[in-house]
Design a protein around this ligand. Sequence first.
Ligand code: PA5
Length: 452
Amino acid sequence: MESIRVSVTNIMEFVSYDEFEQISPTLNDAHKQLLSKTGKGNEFLGWLDLPSGIDEPIISDIENTAKKLREIAEIFVVIGIGGSYLGARAIIEALKHNFDQLLPHDERQKPIVIYAGQNISEEYLSDLLDILEKRDYAISVISKSGTTTEPAIAFRVLKSHLETKYGIKGARERIVAITDKSKGALKQLSINEGYKTYVVPDDVGGRYSVLTPVGLLPIAVAGFSIRDLIKGAAVMQKKLSENTDIHSNPAFLYAAARNMLYQKGKFIEVFVNYLPNLYYLTEWWKQLYGESEGKEGKGIFPAGVINTTDLHSMGQYIQEGERKIFETVLSVGNSKKELLIPKDGSNLDKLNYISGKSMLWVNGMAETATTLAHIDGGVPNIKIRIPEVSEFHLGELIYFFEFACALSGYTLGINPFDQPGVEAYKKNMFALLGKPGFEKETTEINKRIGNM
Ligand code: PA5
């Protein structure tokens, strides 16, 4: 079966073949450290073996729970933030109909999956309650630590709403908690309330957790095949772990290319795709690379555009702004539906020269035209090609990006599995909110803002 291909042809005006050879030993070391679990952050390498190691009983259990939830809920609310929701959302949005919620009832995804706990907007949650008041729903609350403020607030609000609407027992059947196996407030609450729970393994960090129940349960509830997703990831696991040749291991190639470009001052990577339903895949990718690499004053800044939409906004900057950018284009070979451009008798729009051509073909031409223009404008271009958007290929892609991110982080010399910087805002927020235990910080921060 066709698989992911990485092409670096369009960075060769900016780096030399010799440089590839020079970086190759570093990639080999990174690969060794990763697979022997001897590198930085090696206590968080559980994701490496997830595709081949996941047990049949857990897959069946997730599928059964999803089936029950699909029967009782018109809406399924996924409560989580960062790595606890972006992976599921990336896959679900990539696979679903672009206008799913506008389809007739019997044709649309059931349940509709929506998200909460990824912001603290009063209006967002109030608007959500307006909807949930009128529809049958169920929720999964996902938090590895079980203490993150945003999902905790959303869960408190929706739990109370569910209990009022369905009673304590009815609510219990509509709540699934996904959290640590033994610690955290959510774990304790789940024990007290008797919720169905799934475990986020200790050795898997949030942004690497798509192939645990964190991603798998919402994806299964949305009606997509978690088996195919895992199969794709398992194929990629084998491919990336067995091959140490920089030219044929796609993760080596991607990690090498982006690090070489970074060394040449290209410190912004723009992830480009041409399909609007891949918006959340970009968001997931941004989190994976941004949170993994941005530390110790180092790291490539991950940004994203959806073309051709953004060619009419950010396209100007990419073409002619500061030359610190390189692009990684996700190129998709096939579309699920064909739409041909019709012939028009009057041809006032002068489009008859492309009548009979598919939109896929035209989009492909836009991609090639843009790539060439950007190379001419001094923007190197890495291309990652997948045959189509399907569970299998998304599984491959998820694992590919995780593996390449780990190699890339080790090449950069940082720990790609921690996120110490995320704590800074939390400390200030707790101080401002007056959380017990933060009294000293509250006094200090009040003084500081008094002087502002
Ligand atoms: O990747 C990460 O580790 C983070 O983005 C976390 O997933 C995010 O902060 C949510 O944490 P938790 O699942 O503990 O609520």
